[in-house]
Design a binder for this molecule. Structure first.
Ligand code: DO4
Ligand code: MG
Length: 289
């Protein structure tokens, strides 16, 4: 189903009004073909019937318990996930600290061309309440809570939440190991909510919070704002798509500023909860892969 939050905490089931609209990709394509902005189309469809409503809390509770009629999922299957790195001062500073070649991080932070790397395939990218992995050959692992944007026909059509899971020990050993630090089984998650760029006009002023819960105790928490990002989403999207055509629904993580202290590493069973204002909450449990 496609759930639409029309009032805070209330989800209206769009699929209960228009059953042909079974997923978000479908809805976005229809909005493009009909040349009607996504939010306007959604409102029009909801107004054409009497949608069933469900409290948002209920959907989160059911998804966590894996019970009930509706479970949160990825907003869509992303054909490719890319990520930008060192877009926040904090990421640059923390990576300089761990690296044997610290200058590469300052150089990239200050360069015109951003660092953009391939982060995930559809199969390795998980949804909310699914397991995320730490590598068995890594001994320092962190979540990276990141604002993510979604590309359709070359343009940014909206935003979601991403977790750029990272092995700091592997990346720190040698920057050429970055693909192994970043891309492995269960190394990424996105979702659960998608918010159109019609609703989020300015993605550069959103609060980002992350906490890690271990045995019911909070063992790490951090907070930032996307107003600390040194680059814009448009700029990252432009660089990514130079001489590189990306498929519709390619999702791009925009970098982290929340970096746990060097003595913190994720463990099996940890729960990572990422919240971005105006978007939602992404929760995953950690396992070793
Ligand atoms: O350069 C390494 C990756 C950086 C990154 O993922 C980030 O800053 O979020
Ligand atoms: Mg990152």
């Amino acid at each position: 189903m496609i759930g639409v939050e029309t009032k805070p905490g209330v989800i209206e089931n769009l699929t209960s009004v228009e059953e042909d609209l079974y997923d978000l990709k479908n809805l976005i394509k229809l909005s493009h073909i009909a040349s009607i902005p996504l939010d306007d189309l959604t409102k029009k469809i909801l107004a054409s019937g009497t949608p069933k409503t469900i409290p948002l809390d209920q959907i989160y509770q059911d998804s966590r318990a894996k019970s009930g009629d509706f479970q949160l999922d990825r907003p869509f299957d992303p054909p490719e996930v890319w990520a930008a790195g060192v877009t926040y001062k904090n990421s640059e500073l923390e990576r300089r600290r761990e690296s044997g070649t610290p200058d590469i991080y300052s150089n990239i932070y200050n360069a015109d061309r951003p660092e953009v790397f391939f982060k995930s395939t559809e199969e390795r990218c998980m949804g909310p309440f699914e397991e995320l992995g730490i590598r068995s050959d890594s001994n320092w692992d962190v979540p990276e809570p990141e604002l993510a944007f979604v590309i359709f026909r070359g343009e940014i059509i909206g935003y979601t939440i991403g977790n750029d899971m990272s092995s700091r020990s592997i990346e720190g050993e040698n920057p050429l190991y970055l693909p192994q630090a970043k891309l492995y089984d269960l190394s990424c998650s996105i979702g659960p909510c998608f918010v159109s760029s019609q609703t989020i006009v300015d993605p550069h002023n959103l609060d980002v919070n992350c906490k890690v819960v271990r045995s019911n105790k909070e063992v790490f928490s951090g907070t930032t704002s996307t107003n600390q990002m040194a680059r814009t989403c448009e700029e990252i999207s432009d660089w990514l798509q130079r001489s590189n055509t990306v498929p519709d629904f390619t999702t791009v993580l925009t970098g982290t500023s929340i970096v746990p202290p060097p003595d913190f590493t994720l463990s099996e069973g940890d729960i990572v909860i990422i919240e971005i204002s105006s978007i939602g909450v992404l929760e995953n449990t950690i396992i070793t892969v």
